[in-house]
Design a protein around this ligand. Structure first.
Ligand SMILES: [Zn+2]
Length: 184
């Protein structure tokens, strides 16, 4: 069976080392033709089904979605719904909710997976490495010692689309059932 997975992300040349190559097929988002909202996968994703688009959490102004092209299992993108490119264009409320969802994403991924560390960051502009530069998004990338897969058995036996679907379900359930509270 070939499972097709829609979603959002920035295609790159990295091999997904934990991914079995057999039968893995992702209907990837290629780079948008231009910087308009109509071409923007980050604008389209919130209007689609969470399971299909890998949305983990919807906030009021901001949402969190699994990267279709993860650097590590559980690699999330925190994005405003509004089509803005630059961090300086955020309203106070959007900046605050990006921070809130980033913290909650870290807590949820850490609780679910035991991640030992994280890389957080926004690439601003194509020259800085943003693949979809027109729509602001913050990367939340969990790290493990040796960057081992936190679901090694699943990772060895399932295709990447299946792994993404499982990871989405795990994190969405965990985020809802155990709302990450501010540790103060
Ligand atoms: Zn957009």
């Amino acid at each position: 069976m070939t499972l097709h997975q829609d979603g959002v992300g920035e295609p790159d040349e990295l091999d997904r080392l934990w991914t079995p190559h057999r039968m893995a097929y992702i209907r990837g988002e290629n780079k948008p033709a231009d910087a308009s909202e109509g071409e923007c996968p980050f604008c389209r994703i919130p209007h689609t089904d969470d399971e299909q688009s890998l949305v983990v959490r919807r906030g009021e102004l901001v949402y969190a979605v699994l990267n279709l092209y993860p650097y590590a299992p559980g690699h999330l993108l925190v994005c405003p719904y509004r089509h803005i490119a630059d961090y300086t264009e955020t309203t106070d409320a959007e900046a605050a909710e990006i921070a809130d969802l980033t913290r909650a994403a870290m807590r949820t991924v850490r609780a679910a997976s035991g991640a030992a560390g994280f890389n957080l960051g926004m690439n601003q502009g194509e020259i800085a490495g943003a693949g979809i530069a027109a729509h602001l998004h913050q990367h939340v990338v969990p790290r493990w010692p040796g960057d081992q897969n936190f679901m090694p058995i699943i990772g060895r036996t399932k295709t990447l689309p299946e792994l993404l679907a499982d990871t989405r379900a795990l994190l969405a359930e965990r985020w809802s059932a155990h709302p990450p509270v501010d540790a103060g």
